[in-house]
Unconditional design. Structure first.
Length: 218
C-alpha cells in the first residue's frame, strides 16, 4: 500500500508539471493563476512523497529492529536448550571409556572427571548413551551402584563430551588429574578418543522451578 501511494503521488507530480497546448490562448492573468495552482499542487505532491518515504524508512527500521531482536532471542533460546540438555546435539569432542579392572570406580572419581571437563569447556555430556548431564545432575552411590539422576550406570562407563577435543583432553591428563586418579586409586583402565564429530542423543525433561522466579528486570 505504501509503494502504491508513493507511485500515485509521483504520477500526480509528473502530470502537474506537463504543459497543455490549450493554455496558449489564455490571458496572462489566467496563466499566472493556473501556474500558481500547478505549483501548489506540485509542492503538495512533493511533501506527500517525502512524508511517505519517511514512513517507509521508519517501517523498514522497525522491521529490521524486530527481526534482529527475534534472531537474538532464538539464538539465546538455542544456547540455553543445549546447556540445559533439552535438545540432541552434535559436534567435536571426546569419548572416554572407563573400564573397571582391579577395583571399583568410585563416585568421587566420576564426579571429579565431570567437573574437570566442565572447567575445560565441555558444552554437553552424556553417560552410557542414556543420561544427559546438566548443572543440576546428581550422583549417588546406592548399594555399590553409581546412579546419575536416578539412573543406575553399569561399567564400563562411557562418557561422551562435546567441546574442543584437545582442550578437554588436557583437562584430564595433568598430574594427579582425573585419569591418574582413576588408574592409580581405582584400578581402572581409561581410554580417550578425540573425535571430529559425535552425537549426543539423550535429552532431559524441562522442569519448572518451584521457588526461583525471574527478576523484575527480566
Amino acid at each position: 500500500m505504501l509503494l502504491a501511494a508513493l507511485g500515485f503521488a509521483a504520477i500526480v507530480q509528473v502530470r502537474t508539471n506537463q504543459l497543455d497546448d490549450t493554455y496558449s490562448g489564455r490571458r496572462e492573468q489566467d496563466l499566472i493563476e493556473i501556474l500558481g495552482g500547478l505549483t501548489g499542487t506540485s509542492d503538495k505532491a512533493r511533501r506527500e512523497i517525502a512524508r511517505l518515504e519517511d514512513t517507509r524508512n521508519e517501517l523498514q527500521s522497525d522491521t529490521s529492529a524486530r527481526s534482529a531482536a527475534i534472531d537474538q532471542a532464538e539464538a539465546r533460546l538455542e544456547t540455553l536448550n543445549i546447556l540445559a540438555g533439552l535438545v540432541p546435539v552434535t559436534g567435536p569432542g571426546l569419548r572416554i571409556t572407563i573400564t573397571e579392572e582391579t577395583g571399583r570406580v568410585s563416585i568421587d572419581s566420576l564426579l571429579d572427571t565431570v567437573q574437570e571437563l566442565r572447567t575445560a569447556g565441555a558444552e554437553a555430556m552424556e553417560f552410557n548413551d542414556e543420561v544427559r548431564l546438566a548443572a543440576q545432575s546428581s550422583f549417588n552411590d546406592v548399594g555399590g551402584t553409581i546412579e546419575v539422576d536416578g539412573v543406575a550406570l553399569e561399567a564400563p562407563y562411557v562418557l561422551e563430551v562435546i567441546g574442543e577435543p584437545h582442550t578437554l583432553h588436557s583437562g584430564l591428563t595433568f598430574p594427579s588429574g582425573p585419569i591418574a586418579s582413576l588408574e592409580t586409586e581405582d584400578g581402572a583402565r581409561v581410554s580417550v578418543e578425540e573425535l571430529d564429530s559425535l552425537d549426543i542423543e539423550s535429552v532431559r525433561t524441562a522442569e519448572r522451578p518451584e521457588f526461583a522466579q525471574p527478576g523484575d528486570e527480566q
